[in-house]
Design a protein around this ligand. Structure first.
Ligand code: ADP
Ligand code: MG
Length: 378
C-alpha cells in the first residue's frame, strides 16, 4: 500500500490509517456554478492518498511526495496567511475544522497523489478531502460526511484564498462509483445519477492538453462580471432564472457580446438537465451530442477555449467519439470524449498524433470510469 509505505519511510512507524480521495472531471455544466445553475461531475480513478497517525507534540508534520518536502504546521499557524504554498491546503483544512468548533488532533501526515497537480482535475480538493477524512476519523470528530464539502471549500476559499465553488469538494467527498453527481448550485441539493460507463462498454477518454494556462484569472473574472451585470439588467437574481424561452427577449436587451455570454449559460444549464434526464433513463450514448454542443457554446459564445482543446475535441469526434468537450474553466486544461471502451487506445493515439502534427506539447491521455468518493483504505 503506497500510502502506508511512504509514511513508514518518512516517519519510521506504521500509520494509524490510510485514506484516499479522488480527483474529478465535470461531465457537463461549465461556468454555470456561479450563475446558481447546475453541474454534473464524477470522480476519477486517480486519487490522493493520505497516511496519518496521531502525535504528542501540538503540531502537524506533513510530507508530500509531489512537493518533495516536509512542512511543520504549529497551532499558531491556523490563521489565513501563516502557511503558504502547497501546505496551505492542509493548514486550511485544520483551520476550517477549528473554526467550525472541531479542534483537529495533532498528527503526522504523508501525502501522495495520482492526480496531476494544476491540470484542472482537482488535485486541490482531493488533497483537502483526504486530509479532512483522516483528521475527522483520527480525532473521532463528530462531523457528518455531508458537511465535509463545505469545510474543504472553506479551507480553499478562506485560507488558501482561491474563490472556488463547492463542486470539486462535493465530488471528491460524495461521488459513488458508476454514478455522476448532479449538483444544484443554488439550493445545494444533490442527486446520484446512474452513469455506468463500464456496464455500457464505454469510457471517457480524458486528455490533459498541458496547454499553458494564460489569462485564466482575468478572463474568469470578466465572464463572471458579465453574467452578474446581465442578470441585474434583466431583473433576475441569477442567470439560472432564465430558460430558453426567455432568451430572445433577453438577447434583444443586451449588447452582442453579453448576449452570447448569457446564451452560453442558459443553454448550458439546459444541457445539464437534458443529460441528467438521459442518464436517469440509462441512455448513456445519447448524451454525446450534448457534450459536443457544450463545446461549441464554450468556443463560440463564451470564448474560453484555445487551439489545443479545439483540436482535441475535433480529433476525438473524427475518430467516432459520441461527443466531446473541453472540461473546466477554460484557456487550456482538459478535454473529454465519450468513446467505446475498445476505441480508447486508437482515439488517444489519434489525439497525440494531431497534437504532434500541430506542434503542441504531447498531451497526457487516460481512460476514466466513475469512481467512489473519499474512503478509508486501512
Ligand atoms: P487542480 O486542483 O486543478 O489540480 P489547483 O491549482 O486548484 O489545481 O491546485 C493545485 C495545487 O494544490 C498545487 O499547486 C499544490 O499547491 C496543491 N496540491 C495538490 N495536490 C498536492 C499534493 N499531492 N502535494 C502537494 N501539494 C498538492
Ligand atoms: Mg483545484
Amino acid at each position: 500500500m503506497a500510502g502506508a509505505e511512504l509514511f513508514g519511510q518518512r516517519f519510521g512507524a506504521a500509520p494509524a490509517g490510510v485514506w484516499s480521495a479522488p480527483g474529478r472531471v465535470n461531465l457537463i455544466g461549465e461556468h454555470t456554478d456561479y450563475n446558481d445553475g447546475y453541474v454534473l461531475p464524477f470522480a476519477l480513478p486517480l486519487r490522493t492518498t493520505v497516511a496519518a497517525a496521531l502525535q504528542d507534540e501540538p503540531q502537524w508534520t506533513v510530507y508530500s511526495r509531489e512537493a518533495g518536502e516536509t512542512v511543520v504546521i504549529g497551532s499558531d499557524d491556523l490563521m489565513p496567511g501563516r502557511v503558504t504554498g502547497w501546505a496551505a491546503y492542509v493548514a486550511g483544512v485544520l483551520w476550517a475544522l477549528r473554526e467550525a468548533g472541531f479542534p483537529p488532533p495533532s498528527a503526522r501526515i504523508a501525502v501522495t497523489s495520482q492526480v496531476p497537480l494544476g491540470a484542472g482535475l482537482s488535485s486541490s480538493a482531493a488533497l483537502e478531502c483526504a486530509v479532512l477524512a483522516a483528521l475527522v476519523e483520527l480525532g473521532g470528530l463528530d462531523v457528518p460526511r455531508e458537511a465535509w464539502p463545505r469545510l474543504a471549500q472553506q479551507a480553499e476559499n478562506g485560507y488558501v484564498g482561491v474563490p472556488c465553488g463547492i463542486m470539486d469538494q462535493s465530488a471528491s467527498t460524495l461521488c459513488r462509483d458508476g454514478h455522476a453527481l448532479f449538483l444544484d448550485c443554488r439550493h445545494g441539493t444533490r442527486e446520484q445519477v446512474p452513469f455506468d460507463l463500464a456496464g455500457h462498454g464505454l469510457a471517457l477518454l480524458v486528455v490533459d492538453t498541458r496547454a499553458p494556462h494564460r489569462l485564466v484569472s482575468g478572463e474568469y473574472a470578466a465572464r463572471r462580471a458579465a453574467c452578474e451585470s446581465a442578470a441585474a439588467a434583466l431583473g433576475v437574481a441569477a442567470l439560472r432564472d432564465l430558460d430558453r424561452s426567455a432568451l430572445p427577449g433577453a438577447l434583444a436587451r443586451l449588447d452582442e457580446v453579453t448576449g452570447r455570454r448569457v446564451r452560453h449559460v442558459v443553454t448550458e444549464n439546459e444541457r445539464v438537465l437534458d443529460a441528467v434526464r438521459l442518464l436517469r433513463a440509462g441512455q448513456v450514448r445519447a448524451i454525446g451530442p450534448l457534450l459536443t454542443a457544450s463545446h461549441a457554446s464554450m468556443r463560440d459564445d463564451y470564448e474560453i477555449t484555445v487551439a489545443q482543446v479545439d483540436t482535441g475535441v475535433e480529433t476525438m469526434l473524427a475518430e467516432g467519439a459520441y461527443g466531446a468537450r473541453m472540461t473546466g474553466g477554460g484557456f487550456g486544461g482538459c478535454v473529454l470524449g465519450l468513446v467505446e471502451h475498445a476505441s480508447v487506445d486508437a482515439t488517444a493515439a489519434a489525439v497525440r498524433g494531431a497534437f504532434a502534427a500541430a506542434g503542441y506539447d504531447d498531451p497526457h491521455c487516460f481512460a476514466a470510469v466513475p469512481d467512489r468518493g473519499v474512503a478509508r483504505l486501512i
